[in-house]
Design a binder for this molecule. Structure first.
Ligand code: SAM
Length: 365
């Protein structure tokens, strides 16, 4: 029989199988890496200490202990983030025709476009995760990127990925606190921060440090996590959503968009842009990946359906019992899932945005 005589339906079935096989293969590979990494890590035992930091209602106490709070949060969360989301740890809405990866990349390129830099420029990424955005922005702009995170585990993982992707000569991750950056004044052509400065105990502090290391005439562009005008502090549900986001995402205290814009101005920047990028026309809202789905190929949405929501902690507890993953893994997953629900509800009600876009210029004087 000639190949042309094989009915079209068989070709379609074969194609569907090949496509499904690719997702199953990729998903299994990622899960194996995830479980392998968890099984070697002893970090998840610190979940109780992390929860203690959040159990007090005092945001003042969390603000003073922010270094411990944030670094222990990312000790717990980093492997889960990479497994469920990818190597860029931020949200993005989808425009028409985009898949998840394309939307994430476009969101980063859009911010990079605000930096106004040429090939060979020196950029600083403040709060870089495992460097997904830094690698994409370095490729897009031709600039070299120094990327800082407070968490040493992320530095090690990020630099390993830079090596793997042959970009280690252009992107370097370093362990540093963006509240006291270890760089001389006027060292960078531009600075950016993606969903990271929300971890700062005080916006004035972080923006002033960024201002100090930025060369005169250089731009700083960021996406901030903020409460919007719709947030009502007298509404108990709004307060619960705020608290869920803070606990589930390692934040000391969340503030209103106006607090960030004022702090940017107060730090010396000329504010070029300050607006909610989530309000732009989109095909799919940024929080859609956090809404529940029954489709096992739609990840991470599948884990938010009512059955998986209850099953995941049980599965992970069983893994803990079999010593496949360290103790505390299940509690960590519960904490992260609650944060995901908080973000989704914050997005749906419009009281929260993870993309308050701000661009500031350091005047030449
Ligand atoms: C939500 S992640 C975003 C990471 C990255 N921008 C991305 O989009 O993939 C927040 C990052 O900020 C970093 N971070 C938080 N507080 C920090 C601090 N005080 N100094 C340096 N990095 C910090 C965390 O370690 C983490 O890497």
């Amino acid at each position: 029989m000639f190949l042309t005589e094989v009915p079209l339906v068989y070709w379609l079935a074969l194609g569907a199988l090949a496509l499904a096989w690719r997702s199953i293969y990729n998903g299994t590979k990622l899960t194996a890496t995830f479980i392998g990494s968890l099984s070697q890590s002893k970090k998840h035992g610190s979940i109780d200490r992390y929860n203690d930091l959040h159990s007090s209602d005092s945001s003042k106490e969390r603000n003073t202990k922010y270094e411990d709070l944030v670094s222990s949060y990312y000790d717990l969360a980093t492997e889960f983030y990479e497994w469920g989301w990818g190597s860029s740890f931020h949200f993005a809405d989808k425009r028409k025709g985009e898949n998840f990866a394309a939307a994430i990349m476009r969101h980063e390129h859009f911010l990079a476009g605000r930096l106004n830099v040429a090939k060979g420029a020196k950029l600083l990424d403040c709060g870089c995760g495992i460097g997904g955005p830094a690698r994409n922005i370095a490729r897009f702009t031709g600039a070299s990127v120094t990327a800082v995170t407070i968490n040493q585990f992320q530095v090690n993982r990020g630099n390993a990925l830079c090596k793997q992707e042959n970009i280690a000569d252009q992107v370097v991750l370093e362990q540093a606190n963006f509240m006291k950056l270890p760089y001389p004044d006027n060292s960078f052509d531009a600075v950016y921060a993606i969903e990271a400065t929300c971890h700062a105990p005080d916006r004035n502090g972080v923006y002033s440090e960024i201002y100090r290391v930025l060369k005169p005439g250089g731009n700083f562009a960021c996406y901030e996590w903020c409460l919007t005008d719709k947030y009502d502090a007298n509404n108990a549900f709004h307060r619960k959503v705020k608290k869920d986001i803070e606990v589930g995402d390692g934040l000391p205290d969340m503030c209103h968009t106006s607090v960030c814009t004022k702090a940017l101005q107060k730090s010396g920047f000329k504010v070029l842009e300050a607006r909610d990028y989530a309000e732009e026309a989109h095909a799919e809202a940024w929080f859609t990946p956090l809404t529940p789905s029954w489709n096992p190929f739609v990840w991470p949405r599948f884990q938010f359906n009512p059955i998986m929501f209850r099953m995941m902690p049980i599965i992970l507890s069983a893994f803990e019992w079999m010593r496949l993953v360290p103790s505390g893994t299940s509690k960590t997953q519960v904490m992260l899932q609650a944060g995901g629900v908080g973000c989704q509800q914050g997005g749906l009600t419009g009281i929260f945005t993870p993309m308050w876009l701000m661009v500031g210029e350091k005047p030449r004087k």
